[in-house]
Write a protein that binds this ligand. Structure first.
Ligand code: ATP
Length: 339
């Protein structure tokens, strides 16, 4: 049975899973998180979260994508039971978060933003301490297995303060997994990490999903959301401005195909403009958007005949980065809006 099929609810007792097989099962639950009109206002007039409605399916990686200050952390911290909403409603596992968060908390794991481990504890000691705080009994075999599963098998005895950024985040994820949660919140897990450490964490997150855990990920990395997510909500200024799978979003908001002219600059953009061809610069190349795929051949022919000395020419489909630019009108770079 998949995790999605395992979520079930009784009329009087809330959710049951396979862990509670004797409870009477009445109907299946379609969403692990339901959010309706959720808002958080800060005085005098900041709407950090402004009427957000979402439904998150079990077994998926759901990404909340947006620039700094979009309201991602505020929204997620409300769902983590750490902040009170100003208005709106949210349920997790079918349980209203404002009524009985205690029942939810033991089934949820959290990696907070900017997580830093205890400087003077090794990963083994940190996990033993964490298990103790949660009133859980973990054998050293359990702890070794958990550290192995996040890729910290060889760092069991390293000091928290001496670990690399990626290792620290992996330890944070191991701590979040201590109670074998059914739902895991990861708040910007890869911010500030180098590309290799980011990729390692992506593989770890994909592995966690494969085991059936639902992951809610906040990020301002568009490539990360595109690579990992089954479903994405793009947030800006407290609101969800777009919602769908990465493919749906690209299909809906990124309709153009792009012809990339490699190794040319502004003079090429000017030369093309003289011939009424719209283009823009992007990472040392020049990009020509073509909205109708049927016009690609003609455009290729035109570009080949123009005196522009490019090193190579290829097409690429639009990415979530383009979708974001089309929707918000600005690019996002490390969470900062530019342009
Ligand atoms: P980042 O990517 O930088 O973490 P975010 O999308 O997670 O950004 P939030 O941290 O949720 O954004 O912040 C949303 C807005 O709410 C910001 O303008 C922030 O300054 C504001 N804010 C957050 N917490 C408080 C608070 N306790 N009091 C007042 N304003 C707050």
């Amino acid at each position: 049975m998949s995790m999605a099929e395992a979520w079930e609810i009784t009329e009087d007792e809330g959710i049951v899973t396979q862990a509670y097989p004797r409870r009477e099962v009445k109907r299946k639950l379609k969403a692990i998180i339901e959010v309706e009109g959720l808002s958080k206002h800060y005085p005098p007039d900041l709407k950090a979260v402004d009427g957000v409605s979402l439904s998150i399916k079990p077994g998926q990686v759901f990404s909340i994508l947006g620039p700094n200050g979009a309201g991602k952390t505020t929204a997620v911290e409300i769902l983590e039971g750490l902040r009170e909403p100003t208005s709106g409603k949210a349920t997790i596992f079918g349980i209203d978060i404002s009524h009985d968060y205690g029942k939810i908390r033991k089934r949820v794991g959290i990696l907070p933003q900017n997580f830093e481990p205890f400087e003077n504890l090794t990963p083994v000691e940190a996990l033993e301490y964490w298990a103790h705080l949660f009133n859980m009994t973990k054998t050293s075999k359990d702890i070794d297995a958990l550290l192995e599963s996040v890729g910290l098998g060889s760092k069991k005895k390293a000091m928290g303060g001496k670990m690399s950024g990626g290792e620290k985040r992996k330890l944070g994820i191991a701590m979040a997994l201590i109670n074998d949660p059914e739902l895991l919140f990861l708040d910007e897990p890869t911010t500030g990490l180098d590309p290799k450490a980011r990729r390692d964490l992506w593989a770890l997150i994909q592995g966690i999903k494969k085991k059936g855990t639902t992951v809610v990920l906040t990020t301002h990395y568009l490539d990360e959301a595109e690579k990992l997510s089954d479903d994405v909500a793009i947030m800006n200024k407290g609101k969800v401005v777009a919602r769908g799978t990465p493919d749906e979003l690209i299909g809906r908001y990124g309709k153009e195909t792009l012809i990339v002219l490699v190794g040319v600059g502004q003079s090429a953009v000017d030369e093309l403009a003289r011939r009424s061809i719209v283009s823009h610069r992007e990472n040392g190349n020049v990009v020509v958007p073509v909205s109708n795929p049927k016009e690609l051949r003609t455009m290729f022919a035109k570009l080949s005949s123009i005196q522009v000395e490019f090193k190579d020419m290829y097409t690429r489909r639009q990415t979530l980065e383009d979708v974001f630019l089309n929707l918000v009108g600005q690019k996002m770079d490390e969470g900062v809006l530019r342009g």
